[in-house]
Write a protein that binds this ligand. Structure first.
Ligand code: NAD
Length: 478
């Protein structure tokens, strides 16, 4: 099926088409219809109608069963989903097979299961006549929610919000990134086959500013916005939502630090940092871009990391042995190379990479830098590419100060062999997530999100269900 919107249970291709490009070789691989204002309006109307129709009447059990069917539907078409994700992103096929698509499936199963584990508070309140009153909480959906997703882990991040939004009984308007529309369109087909009532899940394609994204966030018929993307986009969406005080849940950018102490398992710290810097070509919000290493092992650590970076095999998604794919777009490649240039101009020592290989597609070299000052832009700003800057520290206190000196606060990683140090350091990191001797080890029930410019609110497990529903207190005089 061609790429299409999904509105009120129907696929349609209205709107001026724009081109979809394969990042691995730069060729045009398809066209995507751009939703206009009238299409967005129709989708909002369909979603509102679903809330008062059969979707709104579904109980937890029915919604849970539908979510399981969606998960099973993705599983049945697993390889189609993998191919769609790989075509849009250029990522190594193994990454899509082992992370993106399995995690999307898990998201739907997990939120279906979580519906059963849900409990609400109740209080018996004393009253003067001695009879008392019973207070209990009822959870209601927010209504129509817009889910706006980025391109780096397209289906994983879209489903991370769509699944709990549906579980909580909302009607969803999903907008994937303009750069990665394919797996979301397959998801709409799976949702359709899973038998969700028309309008419960709607899909709109288009760009962000001055397009479908901004139209959704400004729409008076949209009750809440769940967004993952850049911090600057989050600010723009918040301004738009502020007009009508619509609640927002934001997962935004990061400039994540890793702290490597001399008492760490050296090999594990190097291997873990290679993963945390270069996975998905550094295009994961949780990727490490700042590495602080205890001075006694600094030189050795830089050398080991650079050696590994130099041997990472760049390649096409289906080439056996490819370890790193391209960046998402020509524009993003230009941005990342701009930071490489800025680093060199700022006096950085380049231990690995620093440029782009001579091949088609949007590839850049895995890059390891030292020698910049903490206030330099490549150390402060999110680059979102396969690059890190390393700097030495002398004390635990200094390591913490360096790690926390950032506008962002998404995730941090601590490598240490000392249990006491791990527990001392981790809670003092100004981030939403701290990993000790691991990276990106995720349990879907745990709170996920960032502080400072990295986000607003927490998702994951009950935290997502909390955002996507409104608690209401009922007080009964006994
Ligand atoms: P982006 O902000 O450019 O776009 C994200 C989505 O928002 C896209 O669908 C886009 O079309 C839409 N959009 C853009 N401008 C908009 C506007 N004015 N109004 C409404 N919608 C708009 O982000 P990106 O480049 O797609 O993704 C990369 C960014 O996402 C990085 O900063 C990364 O750190 C962040 N990210 C964060 C997390 C997290 O969980 N914290 C996860 C993944 C990515």
């Amino acid at each position: 099926m061609p790429l299409a919107h999904y509105i009120g249970g129907r696929f349609e291709e209205s709107g001026v088409p724009f081109e979809l490009v394969d990042p691995a070789d730069g060729t045009v691989i398809g066209t995507v219809p751009e939703a206009d204002a009238a299409t967005v309006d129709r989708a909002v109307t369909a979603a509102r109608a679903a809330l008062t129709g059969s979707w709104g009447a579904c109980g937890d059990q029915e919604r849970g069963a539908m979510l399981h069917r969606i998960a099973e539907g993705i599983q049945v078409r697993f390889e189609e989903f993998v191919a769609a994700e790989v075509a849009d992103t250029g990522k190594p096929v193994e990454l899509a097979r082992t992370v993106d698509i399995p995690r999307a499936i898990a998201n739907f199963h997990a939120y279906a299961d979580l519906l059963w584990g849900r409990a609400e508070d109740s209080y018996h309140t004393p009253t003067e006549d001695g009879a008392g009153a019973l207070n209990y909480t009822v959870r209601r959906p927010l209504g129509v929610v817009a889910v706006i997703a980025p391109w780096n882990l397209p289906l994983l991040l879209l489903s991370w919000k769509v699944a709990p939004a549906l579980a909580a009984g909302n009607a969803v308007l999903a907008k994937p990134s303009e750069l990665t529309p394919s797996s979301a369109t397959l998801l709409a087909e799976v949702v359709d086959a899973a038998g969700l009532p028309a309008g419960a899940f709607n899909l709109l394609h288009g760009f962000g500013a001055d397009s479908a994204g901004a139209m959704l966030t400004a729409h008076s018929g949209v009750d809440a916005i769940a967004f993952t993307g850049e911090s600057a986009t989050g600010s723009a969406i918040m301004r738009s939502a502020a007009q009508r005080l619509a609640p927002v849940s934001f997962e935004l950018g990061g400039k994540n630090p890793a702290l490597v102490f001399a008492d760490a398992d050296f090999e594990a710290a190097v291997a873990g940092t290679v993963r945390s810097v270069f996975t998905n070509a550094g295009q994961v919000c949780l990727c490490t871009e700042r590495v602080y290493v205890e001075r006694s092992i600094f030189g050795e650590f830089v050398e080991a990391l650079a050696e590994r970076a130099k041997t990472l095999r760049l390649g096409a998604p289906y080439d056996p042995g490819t370890e790193m794919g391209p960046l998402i777009s020509a524009q993003h490649k230009e941005k990342v190379l701009g930071y490489y240039e800025l680093a060199k101009q700022g006096g950085a020592t380049v231990h690995a990479g620093g440029g782009a290989p001579d091949r088609s597609g949007f590839f850049v070299e895995p890059t390891v830098l030292t020698g910049l000052r903490e206030q330099d832009r490549p150390v402060r700003e999110e680059i979102f590419g396969p690059v890190c800057h390393l700097a030495p520290f002398d004390t635990e206190e200094e390591a913490l100060q360096l790690a926390n000196d950032s506008e962002y606060g998404l995730a941090a990683t601590v490598w240490t062999g000392s249990l006491s140090r791990a527990h001392r350091v981790a809670p003092r990191l100004q981030t939403g997530i701290a990993w000790v001797n691991c990276w990106n080890l995720r349990d879907l029930r745990t709170p996920f999100g960032g502080v400072k410019a990295s986000g607003i609110g927490r998702e994951g497990g009950k935290h997502s269900l909390d955002f996507f529903s409104e608690p209401m207190n009922v007080c009964v005089k006994l």
